[in-house]
Design a protein around this ligand. Structure first.
Ligand SMILES: C[S@@+](CC[C@H](N)C(=O)[O-])C[C@H]1O[C@@H](n2cnc3c(N)ncnc32)[C@H](O)[C@@H]1O
Length: 387
């Protein structure tokens, strides 16, 4: 378990030496410990290997993870570089920003590229990591350790990413965040505009009580977070979904025709999770000229093939009420083998079904289990490749 003094040691010239040496070793952990323990005390070796492990995990979020400083929680709660970069450019160029819960600095590093940033975190070890990360990147951000609810906020704008963990567990409601989400109202009174990062799982009504515009963000097809944009940072549309790294945004339309319900047509469209979370199904249906197959399920069907970043398109080869033997028989007739099973709105377990459906047909099939006009059904599909 890393401590603040471990990090202080690692930041010292001797710490750098041990860390570099540990990083250059090959072999498994035991071999590395064996080798390093001949020269350095146990705590120094453990701290170095812990930091290297965090850096290795950090590569999934940061391109420069191998030079960064992390705490386990700080890494886990940090915004990845792709989202942080996208969000930072939404603040007016050259403005001053208070990052009110900066963690190890995932957001502040990017905010500091074109803004003057003062970043604060209540945890001394985390604030130390943030400061060290700003030093590495020559960032305009300055880290201080303290309680953001007591900070005299003087910046033009603020970014607020409260902690969603308490006693080692993830909390579900804004009043359990630390500081609580209600702090948003206090911050809003002091700045021209504010962005708040929250879990995309937070109930709609709760989000709407804090902001007039809400954006859901997905990265490579996974809905990662929601941002509440307040004051001068508010967007013209109430809800939007942004897909990264493509950097494309779909916003709610003022008016949408109610969607019709039809049986499956030539194509199936699976909207991106951020689009689904933002309730923008009608907007995607307008793009692909589609309808729903069930009023409660976010799959769209259409006779038109339209390329859109907001949904994955599949060609529907056949469909039927769900029945394993019939499905298996049809796959054999079609000479197809199952390569993936997706499901939405039905209780079936795809892993269980995968074991039961055998066959090694020459063609590929993606099985989609869903409700069609309220009855469990299976669609045999193939991915449309637009390239
Ligand atoms: C979700 S993390 C922030 C992650 C950060 N945006 C990043 O990308 O690295 C939340 C942080 O809030 C800090 N925190 C909790 N209560 C605080 C308070 N009252 N004042 C300042 N920081 C606080 C925690 O220590 C934690 O590091």
């Amino acid at each position: 378990m890393l401590t603040k003094s471990d990090i202080q040691f690692l930041l010292s010239p001797l710490g750098h030496k041990v860390l570099n040496e540990a990083g250059s070793l090959s072999g498994n952990v035991l071999q590395k410990v064996d080798y390093l323990r001949k020269q350095y005390p146990r705590e120094q070796v453990a701290a170095s290997l812990d930091m290297l492990e965090l850096r290795s995990r950090g590569r999934a979020k940061f391109s420069n993870a191998d030079r960064m400083w992390f705490t386990p929680q700080g890494l886990e709660q940090s915004s990845g570089e792709v989202i942080a970069k996208y969000r930072a450019v939404q603040f007016p160029l050259g403005s001053s920003i208070n990052d009110l819960c900066c963690g190890i600095g995932g957001d502040s590093i990017q905010l500091g590229v074109n803004h003057k940033v003062i970043s604060i975190d209540i945890d001394p070890m985390t604030a130390l990591c943030a400061k060290s990360n700003f030093d590495i990147f020559g960032s305009n951000a300055r880290a201080i350790c303290g309680d953001s609810t007591k900070l005299n906020i003087t910046a033009d704008f603020a970014f607020f990413d409260p902690s969603r963990r308490s006693g080692g567990r993830t909390v579900r409601h804004g009043d359990q965040y630390s500081p609580p989400l209600s702090f948003t109202h206090e911050i809003s009174k002091k700045v021209a505009g504010l962005a708040v990062k929250v879990s995309p799982g937070l109930p709609d009504l709760e989000m709407e009580s804090f902001a007039s515009t809400i954006e859901f963000i997905s990265v490579r097809g996974e809905c990662k977070e929601a941002v509440l944009w307040c004051g001068a940072l508010s967007r013209p549309n109430f809800k939007s979904a942004t897909l990264l790294p493509e950097n494309v945004t779909l916003s709610n339309l003022e008016f949408c025709e109610p969607l019709s319900i039809t049986p499956p047509l030539a194509y199936l469209y699976e909207p991106d999770p951020a689009v689904v979370r933002a309730h923008l199904i009608q907007e995607v249906a307008e793009i692909v000229n589609g309808s729903l197959m069930d009023s409660m399920i976010a799959y769209i069907t259409s006779d038109h093939l339209t390329q859109t970043p907001f949904a994955t398109a599949y060609k529907i080869i056949d469909w039927m009420p769900f029945h394993i033997k019939n499905l298996q028989r049809r796959l054999r007739q079609l000479d197809r083998r199952v390569v993936a099973i997706k499901k939405r709105g039905v209780p079936m377990d795809p892993l269980d079904l995968r074991k039961k459906i055998t066959g090694d047909g020459r063609g590929e099939a993606i099985i989609v289990l869903t409700r069609i006009n309220d009855s469990p059904s299976a669609l045999i599909c193939e991915l449309v490749n637009f390239s």
